[in-house]
Design a protein around this ligand. Structure first.
Ligand SMILES: NC(=O)c1ccc[n+]([C@@H]2O[C@H](COP(=O)([O-])OP(=O)(O)OC[C@H]3O[C@@H](n4cnc5c(N)ncnc54)[C@H](OP(=O)(O)O)[C@@H]3O)[C@@H](O)[C@H]2O)c1
Length: 238
């Protein structure tokens, strides 16, 4: 039974990843900041009889990341999904004033970097041995087309865009540095998805997005390590 570890698994894309991998027979380590309010995840764990384990983890709390890596030290992890992410600490609805030109909130920007850039790097550092000990470890980070400099034709969203561009850069370096350990590294754009972050007007549902991303993840080969792809498998410009 392959194993996946997912950050931000209590809602949105992370929850959908947990549901789909569990339904497919994977062992799921589902991480979230506050298990006591993660009722959908608790329901999944309850029905999955030990196959889904819920962990309290804020990936921005680096000592907690180390502690979880220690706790799971005997377990190979086939897939580490850096999914937790933030548009702004105030939530998407507050995004315009906080990330508008002339109104930059640099403290907020720093917090967005902590969860979108530093946390995926910390997760990679802490879980590298778990990935290396799997038959084919994969480190996948949910990025965004908003992190693509080449695709930016609408401006704005300074904090979020720069954080996703930065995590693209970080993961690309990791793909080269982890090649000798046989770990595949990839960045995925999930599409514009109807989650709390994507809002109700989004193009696709979490089910469609995650089904597509799972297909892409499943087909990743070592020679593709370092790629940046959409949920439909299309290569995206940096
Ligand atoms: N939805 C889209 O259209 C879209 C498009 C492109 C990329 N993405 C990316 O997809 C990923 C998942 O997003 P989503 O759409 O599922 O969003 P979501 O429904 O808002 O869920 C975000 C998840 O990230 C966690 N999170 C947020 N801020 C955090 C923080 N400061 N520290 C720790 N955890 C935090 C949340 O945990 P809490 O519940 O504890 O807050 C939640 O589990 C993100 O990386 C996002 O950037 C989404």
């Amino acid at each position: 039974m392959p194993t996946v570890l997912i950050t931000g698994a209590n809602r949105g894309l992370g929850l959908e990843f947990a549901l789909q991998y569990a339904a497919d027979g994977w062992r799921v380590h589902a991480c979230c900041r506050n298990p006591s309010t993660a009722s959908d995840l608790a329901e999944l764990a309850g029905s999955a009889k030990g196959q889904v384990v819920v962990h309290r983890l804020d990936p921005g709390d680096f000592s907690a990341v180390d502690a979880l890596a220690d706790e799971l030290s005997s377990e190979p992890i086939d897939l580490l999904l850096n999914n937790a992410g933030s548009y702004t600490q105030g939530g998407y609805a507050a995004a315009r004033p906080e990330q508008a030109l002339g109104n930059s909130d640099f403290e907020d920007w720093q917090n967005v970097f902590r969860i979108n850039v530093f946390a995926p790097m910390k997760m990679a550092e802490a879980f590298v041995d778990h990935l290396a000990s799997a038959e084919q470890g994969k480190l996948v980070t949910i990025s965004s087309n908003m992190g693509s400099i080449g695709l930016n034709d609408s401006g704005g969203s300074y904090g979020y865009r720069s954080s996703k561009a930065a995590v693209n850069c970080v993961m690309r370096s990791l793909s080269l540095d982890l090649a000798e350990k046989g770990i595949i590294v990839a960045l995925l754009h999930p599409g514009w998805v109807s989650t709390d972050m994507g809002g109700p007007d989004a193009d696709i549902t979490p089910q469609v997005s995650v089904s597509g991303m799972r297909r892409v993840i499943g087909s990743l080969q070592p020679e593709q390590s370092g790629c940046f792809k959409s949920y439909q498998g299309k290569s995206l410009p940096w």
